[in-house]
Ligand binder design. Structure first.
Ligand SMILES: Cc1cc2nc3c(=O)[nH]c(=O)nc-3n(C[C@H](O)[C@H](O)[C@H](O)COP(=O)(O)OP(=O)(O)OC[C@H]3O[C@@H](n4cnc5c(N)ncnc54)[C@H](O)[C@@H]3O)c2cc1C
Length: 397
């Protein structure tokens, strides 16, 4: 088969899917690219959904990614999820009953919010992943609303800040000892808690919700301590689940997303199957001998670029890249007027030290692994001052 007769099917119409399509074209692939997405929208930017867009506006036109001319000929198949992969037939089946054939497959299905099995009514219960989720939240949160957020990770804390700005009374319930403790550690997490408390947020740490109360709509929640909190809006933000169920029974390792090699090619697959973005469990020179799934905005682009280059080479019958994959995980978070920025893997650290400022003001915190090597850095309101760290990590390439 000529390369121009080959068809790449990308499942997942988000940032990772788009960047992979662009990278395929940038690396000379001239066959058909089709993208199947369960949402009705072409790829858009998710970070504003918990931040400014929730308070200002949620138009898809404003949030959608600009697309390169090279992908103007992509076939978009939107509004129906892929339910099953059949590697023998080289096809996927969609929820609407149709099938799509492929020569190569890219998994770009991301993650979805994890849900707790809490008894009681579900009206008034929200999660936040999509523009539709954000629209329904925006409609629900009114000045004076009682908002209970379950989970104190980034999304929980960003939502707490935005809901407070919108005039709501916000309670955050979390099993953790401090907000954002996993990625930031207890000291900086505690400092962010104090910032939230000064703005009026109440934390219930070391606690979970055991019951939603109300007739059909939740009107209060009961904590495992027995305390009851009034609730008009409840948001579950307790972590994520990779969207990979549709791939099962095909010999892929799906223990934590799709296990891939340095080219983002699924480990053990005879067919060209690649995985990018939040759903890819990939190696990285920076991770040592571990593979990781990293849910930061820059990783779909980095993994998509690598997958596109490798897949274009595989389809052309050329040598695949042989260098180790290297990408610097980076995230930011806006909460009230505070700007958090991070490089590297602070979540993998054993110790940390404040090297500039103090935790209750602008500051820089360095994070060290068990070998006492710098593995990450987080700054609050020090975006410029953090740039040398970026350079330092990039030099590890
Ligand atoms: C509210 C919010 C705020 C965020 N803020 C930040 C931030 O401040 N900083 C930061 O670094 N990162 C942030 N992120 C994370 C960042 O947005 C993600 O890392 C990024 O969107 C991942 O891209 P992706 O393409 O892998 O997955 P997604 O963007 O999730 O795209 C996957 C797409 O696949 C679709 N899909 C899933 N299953 C199927 C199926 N079976 N068939 C077809 N389609 C399917 C999904 O519906 C989705 O449209 C935030 C995320 C959210 C939700």
């Amino acid at each position: 088969m000529q390369v121009n007769e080959k068809r790449v099917l990308i499942v997942g119409g988000g940032l990772g899917g788009l960047r992979t399509a662009e990278a395929l074209r940038a690396n000379g692939f001239i066959g058909e690219i089709a993208i199947v997405g369960d949402e009705e929208y072409q790829p858009y930017n998710r970070p504003p959904l918990s931040k400014e867009a929730l308070s200002s506006g949620l138009s898809h036109d404003e949030l959608k990614f600009r697309q390169r001319d090279s992908v103007a000929d992509v076939t978009w198949i939107l509004g129906s999820a892929v339910e099953k992969l059949d590697t023998d037939k080289r096809e996927v089946t969609l929820a609407n009953g149709t099938t799509q054939k492929f020569d190569a497959l890219v998994v770009a299905t991301g993650i979805r919010p994890r849900l707790l099995p809490i008894p009681g009514p579900t009206q008034g219960l929200h999660t936040l992943r999509t523009i539709d989720d954000a629209r329904s939240l925006k409609e629900a949160i009114k000045p004076g609303s009682n908002v209970v957020i379950i989970g104190s990770g980034f999304i929980g804390c960003e939502l707490a800040a935005t809901a407070t700005k919108l005039g709501a009374t916000v309670h955050v319930v979390s099993l953790d000892d401090q907000p954002m403790i996993m990625p930031m550690g207890a000291d900086l997490g505690g400092a962010m808690r104090r910032r939230h408390e000064e703005k009026g947020v109440t934390f219930h740490l070391g606690r979970t919700v055991s019951q939603f109360n109300g007739e059909t709509h939740i009107d209060s929640v009961t904590l495992d301590s027995g305390e009851t909190l009034p609730a008009d809006v409840v948001v579950e933000a307790i972590g994520s689940v990779p969207n990979t169920e549709w791939l099962k029974d095909n010999g892929l390792n799906l223990d934590n997303g799709v296990l891939v090699d340095s080219n983002m090619r699924a480990v053990g697959s005879t067919l060209p199957i690649y995985a990018v973005g939040d759903a890819s469990n990939h190696p990285n020179k920076l991770y040592g001998d571990k593979t990781r799934r990293i849910e930061h905005w820059n990783m779909p682009t980095e993994t998509g670029k690598r997958a596109g280059a490798a897949l274009a080479a595989e389809l052309a019958g050329s040598q695949l890249p042989t260098d180790e994959f290297f990408a610097l995980p980076a995230f930011w978070s806006d909460q009230y007027e505070f700007k958090l920025q991070s490089y590297g893997l602070p979540g993998a650290a054993s110790t940390n030290t404040v090297v500039s400022g103090d935790l209750d003001g602008p500051c820089i915190v360095e994070y060290f692994n068990s070998d006492n090597e710098l593995c990450g850095v987080i700054g609050i309101d020090t975006v410029k001052e953090l740039m040398p760290y970026r350079k330092q990590f990039m030099e590890m390439k």
